[in-house]
Design a binder for this molecule. Structure first.
Ligand SMILES: *[C@@H]1O[C@H](CO)[C@@H](O)[C@H](O)[C@H]1NC(C)=O
Ligand SMILES: *[C@@H]1O[C@H](CO)[C@@H](O)[C@H](O)[C@H]1NC(C)=O
Ligand SMILES: *[C@@H]1O[C@H](CO)[C@@H](O)[C@H](O)[C@H]1NC(C)=O
Ligand SMILES: *[C@@H]1O[C@H](CO)[C@@H](O)[C@H](O)[C@H]1NC(C)=O
Ligand SMILES: *[C@@H]1O[C@H](CO)[C@@H](O)[C@H](O)[C@H]1NC(C)=O
Ligand SMILES: *[C@@H]1O[C@H](CO)[C@@H](O)[C@H](O)[C@H]1NC(C)=O
Length: 661
């Protein structure tokens, strides 16, 4: 690599020189050489590049200015003032400056004038000092297992800074290595277009074979003297998909159930699945076929992936001792598979896929199924009443011992023959008896429609049939006793004690009656005052209704009055009631009770004297009464039952006015 080998061609450029000047100068014998410098380091600096040859007849001084001298890259070139020898002082780089533009001047020393001014272009020659470089060192790609070989995975691009269009900047891309070594069903390929390489695969991806491949891609230029290269890494992560179906491997558990049990685990089915544990491709999903009455339910144990079979709805042994079920299993995500069929040398391989979007194969695989037989164990069934509810209608007040109804139960067991006894269940008023053997229900008391135990005229009784198993099982039957109403209640008064005020005008209080019987044995009622002594003093207005007025005329004196009031129901059945009325002077008070209360507010000694006086007076009065007033009892028949109402009349109370009667 000596100086002469670097001297190559001749190049002359004339800048900023007018036409006349050119003619004038051409007289002089200029030989201008144009130079080329090869980039890169040189053994020693400065080294001689060449000489700008001039006509030496004249006394000249040479100057060089511009790039490489006083413009960037500075101090790379120099010229010998006298000889015109050009030297290279430092390293030049093609990738920074492909050309250096300089001005050469020859100055006539005798007149100190610029004789000639020339533009010089210095070419810098490329050597292959740059390898191709990738955009990134590492490319990371995540792929689903179901990715088709038609899909491009990654593209890598490199650039080489050496001279464009030459072998020094032209490079080739290739896959150097794949780690780990792909299985037979998979191969990675790289296709190059210009500076870009696209990576594809042939065959099938399989997470189970390897979840990651590291591909080393090399770019190597075609340098004429040396070839330079670099590499990048493409990491391909393969995401597991469901490319393995779960397969039944066994079963555990009793496989039998007692009839009528529910919410009980019967069986566990084991499966194996080669997909990543815990992934949706691994998780099993079970379905039951042949469960006509939906007695069964199957769930997946999240930890073991087992299918857990439960009985949700009780089974009946009497409907069969064995239940055959078919249980199938699949995964939570759809199944996908890929298989290589052939490997042609050109183009993609021939593969058979299942379940992927791009495949046109079948979309449903026949599921893995397993037949299971569940044994239903017979257990004692409780007695059953048929029908479970009976209605009977009976008049209230029927004689004790009345045969109401017979409730009977059956034992549905085949294997267990039980005998059972009937017992009384609910009987809130304790009105009935149940025959232990026959289930016959008879009355033990008079039934009363008006009892608080009766709701809407219905009295409910339950009967139990209890078998002799240990523990005993019980069936329940219900008898609704509809009670027909009878007129067995007489009208009653809501209040029979009342206060009235002395008044100039007739005054009144209202009287309300009610009857526990229903319609038509109840109101409206007919009211009638009894006795002759009420004339001109008391009357009832109106006489018919539920609430009527008791009218007091102004002839009634203050004091306690006892009246007899007959009240008849709609059927004319009635009773005489006793009214107790206190009449007082209400001026200044609101009622008679208040008057009595205020009257007691007297000093203790005064009361003592007063009481003694009163007691004396009472004694005298009592004697007088015993002689003048008489007591009588009236016996009044009331209804067909023969009940009697004892009515006491003319009861005198000491301290009240005897004149009322
Ligand atoms: C390429 O580089 C080599 C040195 O590595 C050099 O000799 C050659 O001239 C260069 N080729 C071109 C076309 O620049
Ligand atoms: C690159 O080199 C090859 C052979 O080494 C040659 O045939 C080809 O012409 C060269 N290309 C260029 C652009 O110089
Ligand atoms: C259930 O399967 C058992 C044997 O697997 C068979 O003997 C029985 O007849 C089957 N029962 C029904 C109802 O299919
Ligand atoms: C029995 O009476 C009830 C009302 O107490 C009624 O709802 C039911 O339908 C009756 N049953 C029959 C079988 O008559
Ligand atoms: C009277 O008594 C009956 C039974 O206790 C009751 O239903 C009714 O509401 C009462 N009427 C009045 C006005 O107090
Ligand atoms: C009966 O009298 C009471 C109080 O004196 C009154 O509140 C009620 O409204 C009266 N009833 C009728 C039906 O007149």
């Amino acid at each position: 690599m000596e100086t002469n080998s670097l001297l190559l061609t001749l190049f002359l450029g004339i800048v900023s020189v007018s036409c006349e000047e050119l003619l004038h100068r051409q007289k002089r014998d200029w030989i201008i050489a144009d130079y080329m410098i090869v980039e890169g380091p040189h053994k020693e600096y400065p080294y001689y590049l060449g000489t700008i040859e001039v006509d030496k007849k004249l006394q000249m001084v040479f100057h060089l200015r511009g790039q490489g001298v006083d413009l960037d890259p500075k101090d790379k070139l120099s010229i010998d003032l006298r000889t015109g020898d050009v030297f290279v002082k430092g390293e030049l780089d093609y990738e920074t400056y492909q050309v250096l533009k300089l001005t050469f001047e020859a100055i006539d020393e005798s007149i100190n004038e610029v004789d000639t001014k020339l533009g010089v272009e210095l070419q810098i020659l490329d050597i292959n000092d740059n390898p191709p470089v990738f955009q990134k060192d590492t490319f990371m790609i995540n792929l689903k297992e179901s990715t088709s070989q038609r899909d491009y995975l990654a593209s890598v691009t490199a650039t080489d800074k050496d001279k464009k269009g030459t072998n020094n900047s032209t490079f080739d891309l290739k896959i150097v290595s794949v780690t780990p070594k792909p299985p037979d069903e998979l191969a990675f390929v790289l296709k190059q277009q210009d500076t870009t390489g696209t990576i594809q695969f042939k065959g099938c991806l399989n997470h189970q074979k390897s979840e990651k491949y590291t591909i080393l891609v090399e770019a190597k230029d075609r340098g004429e003297v040396v070839q330079l290269s670099s590499t990048c890494t493409v990491i391909i992560n393969i995401e597991d998909e469901n490319n393995h179906m779960p397969v039944f491997t066994g079963q555990t558990g009793a496989g039998s159930i007692k009839e009528r049990d529910s919410g009980v685990e019967v069986l566990r089915l084991q499966v194996s699945d080669q997909d990543s544990k815990g992934s949706n491709a691994w998780k099993a999903k079970y379905t039951i076929q042949g469960d006509k009455d939906q007695n069964f339910r199957i769930t997946t144990d999240p930890n073991t992936n087992e299918g857990v079979l439960f009985v949700d709805k009780p089974l009946d042994y009497e409907e069969g001792s064995l239940r055959n079920l078919s249980i199938s299993v699949e995964n939570e995500v759809p199944y996908f598979s890929c298989k290589v069929k052939s490997r042609p040398s050109i183009g993609l391989w021939e593969v058979e896929t299942f379940g992927s979007k791009s495949s046109n194969g079948p979309t449903h695989l026949p599921l893995h199924t397993r037949q299971v037989t569940i044994k239903v164990e017979d257990v004692n069934d409780p007695p059953v009443f048929t029908p479970a509810v009976k209605n009977v209608t009976v008049e209230e007040n029927v004689a004790v011992g009345w045969n109401l109804e017979t409730l009977t139960a059956k034992d549905l067991d085949w294997s267990h023959v039980n005998t059972f006894v009937y017992m009384k269940g609910q009987d809130s008023a304790n009105w009935v008896a149940v025959d232990e053997k026959s289930g016959k229900i008879t009355t033990t008391k008079i039934l009363d429609r008006e009892s608080p135990h009766v709701k809407n005229s219905v009295y409910q009784v339950t009967v139990l049939a209890v078998d002799d198993d240990k523990p005993p099982l019980t069936g329940t039957g219900t008898l609704n006793i509809h009670l027909r109403d009878k007129n067995d209640n007489l009208p009653q008064l809501n209040t029979s004690t009342m206060d009235m005020c002395l008044s100039e005008e007739p005054s009144m209080v209202n009287i309300t009656a009610f009857d526990l019987d229903g319609d038509p044995y109840s109101g409206p009622f007919t009211f009638q005052l009894q006795g002759d002594n009420v004339k001109g003093k008391w009357r009832i207005d109106p006489k018919y209704g539920y609430t009527v007025n008791l009218v007091k005329e102004n002839t009634v004196y203050a004091g306690h009055h006892e009246l007899l009031l007959e009240v008849l129901d709609h059927q004319g059945q009635g009773a005489i009631h006793h009214l107790s009325i206190t009449v007082c002077d209400c001026s200044g008070m609101t009622n008679c009770r208040m008057r009595r209360a205020s009257g007691a507010k007297i000093g203790a000694s005064a009361v003592l004297i007063f009481m003694t006086t009163i007691l004396l007076l009472l004694g005298i009065l009592l004697l007088a009464f015993l002689m003048t007033c008489k007591r009588e009892l009236k016996l009044i028949p009331t209804d067909e039952i023969g009940e009697e109402h004892l009515i006491k009349s003319n009861t005198e109370i000491p301290g009240t006015d005897c004149k009322v009667n």
